[in-house]
Design a protein around this ligand. Structure first.
Ligand SMILES: CC/C=C\C/C=C\C/C=C\CCCC(=O)SCCNC(=O)CCNC(=O)[C@H](O)C(C)(C)COP(=O)(O)OP(=O)(O)OC[C@H]1O[C@@H](n2cnc3c(N)ncnc32)[C@H](O)[C@@H]1OP(=O)(O)O
Ligand SMILES: Cc1cc2nc3c(=O)[nH]c(=O)nc-3n(C[C@H](O)[C@H](O)[C@H](O)COP(=O)(O)OP(=O)(O)OC[C@H]3O[C@@H](n4cnc5c(N)ncnc54)[C@H](O)[C@@H]3O)c2cc1C
Length: 692
């Protein structure tokens, strides 16, 4: 990369150097970082990760050093080039799906093929028959066809039942006719549709024999495979610049009576019979929404990693950044010199950042558990057993909403904790934050999704006054029975450290959730409150329930398990007392800080008293102290390499200031010679500054 300004090479940051400060932090850790990394990822995944990282870091096409200076078109071209490169590398190195995902995560830029991978392939896999998989999935895996997922319309997104695009069965030709009846039915937002995809999953209302069977998925070829022009009857374009995600070509699409073969209706669950147009019902009405359940589970897992990334940048930077001298407890170098205090030593900075570390771990562990629950559902459903679907849908909806909300808020908190430099692209926060933001909207707006979760819980409570829930079908809400059936109990905490007891934490969260549910059911059943009038309460119920799940799963992860049910990762964790100790502090901080942020609900339920809430604050402060020596090591353990972070502030080696000035010297604006004469029409002078 070109530098436009020569920086005097004799200048170094004043002592202590960032590298020295981070080394000091690392030496304070009470546990083995490598061991925790292994406990998070397992040895196999970690070695794959390292192998792939090495390949990507040394690939000139995947070099990221230029991207902070690019505009949209240039960035889009870069994204297309890197998407192609990853596919080529995958073929060369024979990467499997998981390895491909690791590479995409490390390259870290949504691209024109992203939705092909994340939605087009999973939809065919989940909704197609074996014959359809042979026809569409195999070429799609080989990237001979590139697909997108067009569900949302200009006038409808959240309300899938309200989609207007139609797919009408024509018995005479055994075809479906896809049509856009109104402007509001224009497909809108589909990633990769704007300039790239030649196929699309189109969610359209199935009309057969004059009956509307609601939205179903169809595979539609949308562009010519040779000319890449839209096919007759189809109008397509990119929807224009966005808040972020500009490296993906989100598109719009209009259909004018476009015919497709009947074969192209994805028919694993519901079918239309040739000629008669008879409709065969799916075993569960919502199976055509299956891709959304899958992607929501992925979003939960990704939220943990996004938080780890934000925490890594801000915690490392806060260890290097120094402001003021804390006169009561000054930072003294080995040579006796008093220097400014690292901002990580200010308790306010700790209160802002350490809960983010805790959120990262909490959500990471729940992400693993939800991924396993999803796998269990897929396994059962392949045998015709869909009994887990309702619970899975409810928990993925609420957790997708809660975890992506937490991540968005905390990424911004972390960015702000970096002060002015957090506002620079070189912080590594700008595109990361912009691209992360839509997670709160796509795959279901976060407020709407909480209605799905609360509705499931409220129905379960209403339908079974005797609480006859079954733990195998309702695993995520089963806990509630215990608290609903015993509403008058009080919290037993008498000293701050009692808050560290996991049983106490679960009881506090359980009673608060049960209280909110019981109150809402009373309002709906006995006071005939409308659903709309209850939406704020409904949102609270989903959040309370999902916070319980996060706390419960963290505690579960740290509890001893029978050795045969333990995988390698858990074995590492349970065989290391130092890991268990530090993660217990992290778990406590997550549970107690989340409690404090929602204190009014815990107090309102009557389970917690104002006196106990004072003790809670004392214990939170204690947890922050426990974490302080391990803060850098805890973020290091996530093993997020500099190649991924692309951050001057969050570098592993702490060379913050050297990197800031080096990257600033490469700003292309510095290479332009301006004509600043106000009376000249020219903006630039002809002589271009020499490149260094
Ligand atoms: C590999 C992946 C890698 C990375 C992934 C990360 C990012 C990917 C990048 C970009 C992706 C962006 C793509 C998109 O955004 S695609 C568009 C997504 N759109 C949505 O999510 C729309 C949201 N809306 C809905 O899902 C639904 O409209 C609804 C809000 C759920 C309401 O549905 P509706 O049909 O009206 O149903 P209800 O009357 O509310 O409920 C009826 C009944 O059905 C149950 N139900 C609803 N949805 C589901 C489901 N998905 N699965 C199972 N069951 C479902 C509901 O609970 C209710 O049950 P009852 O028993 O109470 O009757
Ligand atoms: C970057 C990006 C990429 C996307 N990629 C794709 C893609 O590849 N394919 C695809 O099909 N779609 C895609 N989408 C679309 C996305 O899935 C929808 O935007 C999302 O589902 C929200 O729907 P909406 O835009 O209709 O919001 P709306 O439903 O119009 O929401 C507007 C507001 O109304 C509120 N609201 C609406 N209904 C209710 C209600 N019943 N109760 C209470 N409040 C309500 C919402 O909370 C929200 O605040 C993408 C979107 C973005 C931003």
């Amino acid at each position: 990369m070109t530098s436009y300004i020569k920086i005097p090479s004799h200048l170094t940051p004043s002592d202590p150097q960032g590298s020295e400060l981070l080394a000091r932090e690392r030496s304070k850790a009470t546990f083995d970082v490598n061991e925790l990394t292994l406990a998070l990822y397992g040895s196999e995944e970690l070695s794959r990760f390292k192998k792939i990282l090495k390949i990507l870091e040394s690939d000139p096409i995947l070099d990221k050093s230029n991207i902070y200076y690019m505009g949209r078109t240039e960035l889009f071209k870069y994204a297309l080039r890197k998407d192609k490169r990853i596919i080529q590398l995958a073929a060369t190195h024979k990467w499997n799906v998981d390895e491909f995902k690791i590479a995409s995560r490390l390259v870290d830029m949504s691209g024109p093929y992203s939705i092909h991978q994340s939605m087009f392939l999973p939809t065919i896999l989940g909704q197609g028959t074996e014959e359809q998989k042979r026809k569409f999935l195999n070429p799609a895996i080989r990237h001979e066809i590139i697909g997108c997922y067009a569900q949302t319309e200009l006038g409808h997104g959240s309300n899938v039942q309200g989609l207007e695009t139609t797919s009408t069965y024509i018995p005479e030709t055994d075809e479906f006719e896809i049509h856009t009846p109104h402007l509001t039915a224009a497909k809108w937002w589909a990633g990769g549709l704007g300039r790239t995809a030649n196929h699309s999953v189109v969610m359209a209302r199935l009309i057969t024999n004059g009956q509307d069977k609601g939205p179903h998925p169809f595979i539609v070829q949308i562009r010519d495979l040779t000319t890449h022009e839209p096919l007759p009857g189809i109008t397509i374009g990119d929807i224009g610049p966005k808040f972020g995600f500009n490296t993906t070509d989100n598109g719009f699409m209009l259909f004018d009576h476009v015919r497709i073969p009947r074969f192209n209706m994805l028919s694993k669950f519901s079918k239309v019979t040739k000629g008669t147009g008879e409709y065969k019902n799916p075993p569960n009405e919502k199976l055509s929404y299956g891709t959304m359940v899958f992607v929501r589970s992925v979003i939960i897992f990704n939220a943990g990693l996004a938080l780890a990334r934000a925490a890594t940048i801000s915690v490392r930077y806060s260890a290097v950044r120094r402001q003021f001298v804390d006169k009561e407890n000054p930072m003294i170098l080995p040579n006796g010199q008093v220097v400014e205090t690292a901002v990580l030593d200010y308790t306010m900075q700790q209160y802002r950042l350490f809960p983010v570390i805790a959120q990262a771990y909490a959500i990471y562990f729940t992400g693993e558990i939800i991924t396993n629950l999803y796998k269990q559902y897929i396994d059962q459903s392949s045998r015709g057993d869909f009994s887990l679907l309702a619970d899975l849908h409810a928990s993925t909806s609420g957790l997708k909403s809660l975890t992506s909300d937490i991540a968005v808020d905390s990424i911004e908190d972390c960015r702000r904790s970096c002060g002015g430099h957090g506002y620079s692209n070189f912080s590594g926060f700008t595109r990361f934050y912009q691209d992360y933001l839509p997670n709160t909207t796509w795959e279901g707006d976060n407020y709407i999704l909480t209605q799905q979760t609360a509705r499931y819980i409220i129905h379960s409570k209403q339908q079974s006054e005797e609480f006859s829930l079954r733990s195998n079908e309702s695993p995520t809400i089963f806990y509630m029975l215990r608290y609903l059936s015993n509403p008058s109990q009080k919290c037993t905490v008498i000293s701050p450290s009692d808050f560290k007891n996991p049983e106490v934490q679960l009881a506090i969260y359980g009673y608060r959730a049960a209280y909110l549910i019981a109150r809402a059911v009373d309002q709906i059943d006995n006071h005939k409150k409308s659903w709309n009038s209850m939406l704020v309460e409904i949102n609270r119920i989903s959040r309370a329930h999902c916070q319980y799940i996060l706390v419960h799963n963290f505690i579960l992860t740290l509890q001893p398990q029978t050795s045969d049910s333990m995988n390698e990762k858990r074995r590492i964790l349970h065989n290391s007392p130092s890991l268990k100790t530090v993660l217990t502090s992290v778990c406590n901080l997550f549970a107690l800080h989340t409690m404090e942020k929602n204190l009014s609900e815990f107090l309102e339920s009557g389970y917690l008293s104002p006196k106990q809430s004072e003790m809670l604050r004392v214990q939170i402060s204690e947890s922050l102290n426990e974490i302080r020596p391990n803060a850098v090591a805890l973020v290091d353990a996530f093993y997020l390499p500099d190649y991924l972070l692309n951050s001057a502030l969050g570098r592993y080696d702490g060379k913050v200031y050297e990197t800031m000035i080096e990257w600033a010297s490469k700003e292309p604006l510095n290479g332009i010679t301006l004509d600043i004469n106000p009376y000249s029409e020219k903006l630039f002078r002809n002589d271009v500054k020499a490149k260094i």
